[in-house]
Design a protein around this ligand. Structure first.
Ligand code: R7I
Ligand code: MG
Ligand code: MG
Length: 321
């Protein structure tokens, strides 16, 4: 389990600017990963030169539902000074209705209509897929919860599960969101200049995981860190739209390149499949670890809606101090 004392020591060593940088890094990291990965969603594999040339040719890096929903999570946490399920659900519905063309998965719009027609926020999602979705839609948006509750890990788990319940009620969807939030919180709590232990990071996540499929996939991550064959990585960890086929892959991409935001995110996209989402989740963890300075200016500078996402990250941090 996470050690409170080591957190206090890390906190004492890190100045306030570092935490602000990490909040900014995780939220903008989500958006940059999402926007960079979006043109390649559904591809088999993607060459690094292809990603770079497509990115260079774009004037604006436009994000998708992953970031659109992450913005809703942050807005609601800020408005309510913490988690409020009803408010977060209504925020998702409002944001979706204002801007529905963001590439949402099939489930959430159906749930938003149910909530609009009076279904309770914590019941509507159970009506889909015979008991709830295990898509990655609640993990992809979880960065604000990961950074906001970095210092209160029991509450972090509880909130991640409840926030997932709004749209993804299946236990595998909920656990995907909780694991991703936990990875972000661990990354937020680590000083980037100190020596990073992949095995400690993985051991904490493995202890945290309850469902067999996550435990089994996380147990493969350490061995796969020396594997060059991307087909093998995808075969063992997945690159799909399901939470269990993408959250472990994002954790893997971060760990493989824990010292470089750009390498981690480009690697995540290169695996193909659900590229925007796996890159968004990789960017959220990497940005939380390395901070905003680690995201290349050439990417940040072209990101759609950057000032607003920055404002949300700063407001979230100011609620902590
Ligand atoms: O999870 P969700 O919001 O989709 C997110 C994805 C990301 O890649 C975004 O970038 C965007 O492109 O969409 O949407 P859901 O509809 O909840 O789940 C996504 C898919 O997971 C569904 O369309 C199903 O194919 C699959 N799925 C399930 N299949 C069978 N049984 C989710 N839950 C189930 C299930 O219980
Ligand atoms: Mg998307
Ligand atoms: Mg996606």
């Amino acid at each position: 389990m996470y050690n409170e004392l080591s957190h206090k020591i890390a906190e004492a060593r890190m100045g306030e600017w570092t935490f602000v940088s990490k909040f900014l890094g995780s939220l903008l990291g989500t958006a940059v990963g999402d926007a960079l990965g979006a043109p390649f969603e559904g591809w088999y594999r993607v060459g690094l030169e292809e990603i770079e040339s497509v990115t260079e040719r774009r004037d604006i890096l436009v994000y998708t539902d992953d970031t659109h929903m992450m913005i809703g999570v942050a807005e609601s946490l800020i408005r309510c000074k913490g988690f409020d399920g009803e408010d977060m659900a209504q925020t998702f519905v409002r944001n979706y209705e204002l801007d529905p063309f963001r590439g949402y998965g099939p489930g959430p719009p159906r749930i938003f209509r149910l909530i609009r027609s009076g279904e309770p926020w914590d019941k509507a999602a159970q009506r889909l897929y015979g008991g709830g979705s295990y898509g990655n839609g609640s993990a992809m948006r979880v960065a604000p919860i990961g950074v906001f509750y970095h210092d209160s890990l029991d509450r972090l788990g509880e909130v991640a599960y409840k926030s997932s319940q709004i749209t993804h009620a299946h236990s595998l969807g909920q656990e995907g969101a909780a694991l991703q939030a936990y990875a972000i919180a661990l990354a937020t709590n680590l000083e980037p200049s100190s020596s990073f232990s992949r095995s400690d990071f993985l051991a904490k996540l493995s202890t945290y995981a309850k469902e067999d499929i996550y435990r089994q996939r996380l147990s493969r991550v350490a061995t796969l860190l020396t594997e060059q064959d991307k087909a093998k990585i995808v075969a063992e960890l997945g690159n799909g739209i399901e939470a269990f086929n993408s959250v472990p892959t994002a954790i893997y991409s971060f760990l493989l390149h824990h010292d470089s935001f750009s390498k981690a995110v480009l690697y995540a996209i290169s695996l193909g499949g659900d590229t925007d989402t796996i890159a968004a989740m990789t960017g959220a963890i990497s940005g939380a670890y390395l901070g905003i300075e680690s995201i290349p200016d050439s990417w940040k500078g072209k990101l759609e809606n950057k000032p607003y996402i920055e404002e949300l990250a700063k407001k979230l941090w100011s609620l902590k101090s």
